[in-house]
Design a protein around this ligand. Structure first.
Ligand SMILES: [Mn+2]
Length: 407
């Protein structure tokens, strides 16, 4: 059986004001081709299908068109879970219709995790794989809030709830498998302990709360493979290569400029799975240029002369203040196919920050660090701080998980 693992498409996301429909169209076209070329039987999409809980019509059209194409190919099964960016109810709404096409969707957490254990059948009606399609689990999905609990107790309960959810799914799946030599796969959208993120990949700012601390022991040994989403860098999390992130298939920001992205191809022979990261083509070049004004202008002219279609991030690092930097950069790129997406005028920013007695850029600071500084600035007494920190963290987490539009 051939399986393809991908995640974090973030359909509908903008890069500094520019929607990326051309890239998603090319991406989904490429994936559909890959599915045909490698005779994929099962496609796993591990969350963050869409970038927001209320994706635009065009993003939804891309999604449904892709599913229709895959369903019409030799790919028998598609399993999709919601990520933290997705609206569970929006993904779940067409689930009965999609099931007719062999597409199984798990958007919201289930009351009984066993309900998300899917048995996939081959053409002759034999079970060929079992999938625990566990979507992103929100705090309220796995934990009963209890007045007066400490933040540590809350973390512990949340983690225990998540562990219990996976354990219940694993137990139900193992019972269904009954020792047969068919693969048992778990899906997840979470931040596993030891996972890696980089600046500017669109994940770092979300690592709030205990979901960054999910230990690998959450995934029972009965799982032959754990397909994860949420982190945008492709990576193997455990020593055995059983737990993996496919990473996002396109770079999410300039922090990933020049990075090669991946999907994971798995070939199963019974319970044995061999995984291989497949590099993705670059659908849209992202380029970050930094230097003083002469260096920047030379680099832009160089790119233009090569007919580059890159999207550029320009970071001016010269010592002199250049007040018309934007005009000069735009003039240099005029009549080329380059697109300037972002201009960072370092001396100007640093000057503002210096006047604030801070040699930092707000975007470089973790939200928790900013809150600590607010506590200091307001001279909050030490014994009042734990409750305030807890309330703040709850708010930030609620914000990240906000699903108000779709429910
Ligand atoms: Mn994501």
């Amino acid at each position: 059986m051939n399986i393809l693992h991908t995640s974090d498409w973030h359909l509908g996301r903008s890069l500094y004001g520019r929607k990326r429909y051309e890239e998603w169209t090319a991406l989904l076209d490429f994936l559909a081709g890959l599915i045909e070329q490698h005779a994929i039987d099962l496609l796993l999409v591990c969350g963050d299908i869409f970038d927001t809980t209320l994706p635009g019509n065009r993003a939804q059209e891309l999604y449904y068109r892709f599913l229709r194409r895959v369903a019409g190919s030799g790919c028998r099964h598609v399993v999709i879970i919601a990520g933290n960016h997705d609206s569970p109810s929006l993904l779940d709404a067409p689930r009965d219709l999609l099931e007719v096409l062999g597409v199984r969707v798990c958007g919201a957490a289930a009351t009984d995790p066993a309900d998300q254990v899917l048995v996939l059948h081959d053409a002759s009606g034999q079970a060929e794989a079992i999938v625990c399609a566990v979507p992103y689990l929100r705090d309220r999905d796995v934990r009963q809030s209890d007045a007066g609990e400490t933040p540590e107790e809350k973390d512990r309960r949340q983690l225990a709830g998540l562990r219990a959810y996976y354990a219940a799914a694993a137990a139900a799946a193992e019972q269904i498998r009954q020792g047969r030599d068919i693969p048992l796969l778990a899906l997840g959208h979470l931040f596993a302990a030891g996972g890696r993120t980089i600046e500017g990949d669109g994940v770092r700012e979300l690592s709030v709360g205990m979901l960054g601390q999910v230990g690998l022991d959450v995934f029972a040994d009965v799982f032959d493979y754990v397909a994860l989403g949420h982190l945008h860098q492709a990576q193997i999390v455990d020593a055995a290569g059983r737990v993996r992130y496919s990473g996002s298939p396109i770079p999410m920001g300039f922090g990933e400029a020049g990075h090669v992205k991946h999907v994971v191809l798995l070939r199963s022979s019974g319970r044995h799975l061999a995984a291989e990261a497949i590099p993705m083509p670059c659908f849209q070049e992202l380029l970050s240029l930094s230097g003083d004004l002469d260096e920047l202008l030379a680099a832009i002219h160089e790119q233009a002369s090569q007919h580059s279609r890159a999207w550029l991030e320009i970071v001016y690092t010269g010592a002199a203040l250049v007040s018309d930097l934007k005009d000069q950069i735009e003039a240099a790129a005029a009549d080329s196919e380059l697109e300037i997406r972002r201009i960072v005028n370092r001396p100007v920013i640093d000057g503002i920050m210096a006047r604030m007695d801070e040699r930092e850029v707000l975007a470089d600071l973790d939200v928790a660090v900013v809150f600590e500084r607010c506590l200091d600035a307001a001279a909050i007494a030490p014994d009042e701080r734990p409750d305030l920190r807890d309330a703040y963290r709850t708010l930030v987490q609620a914000l990240m998980e906000a699903d108000v539009h779709a429910e």
